[in-house]
Ligand binder design. Structure first.
Ligand code: PLP
Length: 407
């Protein structure tokens, strides 16, 4: 019997020729490899809460399995879940407008919801304004839609947040949309009501689609992070993307959703019907419990946010002692973004250099800022247990201190 020759190279289609694998996932894969080779690695790379999914949500999933919720569902998701999401969204608007279940599409994570939105709304020749630094998948997903992502970076004094002036400077007659993300990955910055309103107003004036990624909205420390639903004056081109992965500790359940004008939702649903058909049925039932049983969810989220806050404060205290280090003070999410260029001298990609040395010399995995479009920075995630965060951040501080001493 002959053995098939393993294929080592091939010519990818133009659909994916320029696609880069997720850099954040790549860091975790590398950390796992090193662990498998016997090294002890502190993983401050992954954007994944270490908590277990709350027990009442797990129980709802078990009950759903026992009750036979194991078949295909409607493409856009089970009706009670869409109704619960629509009701919650309507409440957020403060009664200014209301959503119906037909405007909700439940997907395999908010990542798929974002893909659905970009693929449905943008195409060749279109430009989409994306935050830089911003989540690594924005650029790639816009590119998969064959549109062009145009990065917009804010000032360091504004925690790198976008603002209308910078958006206008980046806009062209081809601009069709904008992605907004608050709280922001990778900086943890939160847009104030005024900042968000100014951006939404500009977008509405220009007729741009707004894709508001609110996956970290419940993880906010000093003041509530606002939804675009609370701030927008005109919802006609607003798409809200949300899900349960981060705030409910449900990354592996893969449930996210979009809220959009009905015609857009219909088109996204048609797209999804040919890609995944529906998000996992059992996960939808678990999510229904998470969304419907708001009191229990709020208590669980408050407990997790309090723990994130403890970790954030412990990490910031250690980093405060590193002379010359600028760290964005995170008001939400579970990331710390720090400017490492002053520590490396004149290298092309300071974040990658520091991340490499941290992994090799200190056994700490972090994500280089180039993954988010800003090579002078690194991102640390404090979604691991406190002792791990404290030890990892101490090692980061030690390396930066040594680099400074050597400079
Ligand atoms: N949006 C942002 C800003 C993220 O950081 C992530 C995950 O890292 C996602 C969306 C995707 O989340 P989900 O697990 O719901 O697909």
């Amino acid at each position: 019997m002959t053995v098939a020759t393993p294929l080592t190279t091939f010519t990818p289609s133009s659909n994916v020729a320029e696609l880069r694998a997720s850099a954040t996932i790549a860091v975790s894969v590398r950390a796992d490899e090193l662990r498998a080779a016997g090294r002890e690695i502190l993983d401050l790379g992954a954007g994944q809460p270490d908590f277990d999914t709350p027990a009442f949500i797990r129980q709802a999933a078990a009950t759903a399995i026992e009750n036979g919720a194991t078949r295909y569902t409607a493409t856009a998701g089970i009706l009670p879940l869409r109704a619960a999401i629509a009701a919650r969204a309507s409440a957020l608007t403060g009664g200014r407008w209301s959503y119906t279940p037909t405007q909700v599409v439940v997907s395999a994570g908010s990542k798929q919801a974002l893909f659905n939105a970009c693929f449905t709304l943008f195409g060749p020749g279109d430009e989409v304004l994306v935050p830089v630094p911003g989540w690594t998948s924005y650029v790639e997903i816009v590119r998969l839609a064959r549109a062009t992502a145009v990065g917009v970076t804010g000032d360091m004094s504004a925690d790198l947040k976008m603002d209308p002036d910078r958006l206008l400077a980046a806009a062209t007659p081809h601009t069709r949309g904008i992605i907004v993300n608050s709280p922001t990955n990778p900086t943890g910055a939160v847009y104030s009501e005024e900042e968000l309103r100014d951006i939404l107003r500009l977008a509405a004036d220009r007729g741009w689609w707004v894709l508001s990624d609110e996956i970290y909205r419940h993880i906010a420390y000093d003041r509530p992070a606002l939804s675009s639903l609370q701030v927008a004056e005109d919802p006609s081109r607003l798409i809200v993307l949300d899900g349960v992965a981060k705030s409910y500790a449900m990354t592996g359940w893969r449930i996210g959703w979009s809220l959009a004008p009905e015609a857009v939702s219909r088109a996204m649903s048609a797209l999804q019907s040919h890609v995944t058909h529906n998000a996992a049925s059992v996960s939808q039932h678990a999510t229904l419990a998470a969304v419907e049983r708001e009191d229990e969810s709020s208590a669980e989220i408050a407990r997790m946010v309090a723990e994130f806050r403890t970790r954030r404060d412990a990490a910031l205290e250690i980093l405060r002692d590193v002379p010359g280090l600028h760290v964005i003070q995170p008001e939400g999410a579970f990331y710390l973004y720090m400017h490492v260029r002053p520590f490396t001298g004149d290298v092309e990609d300071p974040g990658t250099e520091v991340a490499r040395r941290l992994l090799d010399e200190q056994g700490v995995a972090v994500v280089p800022g180039i993954a988010f479009g800003t090579p002078d920075w690194i991102r640390i995630s404090y979604s691991s247990p406190l002792p791990q965060v404290v030890e990892g951040v101490r090692r980061v501080a030690a390396l930066l201190g040594a680099l400074r001493a050597a400079a």
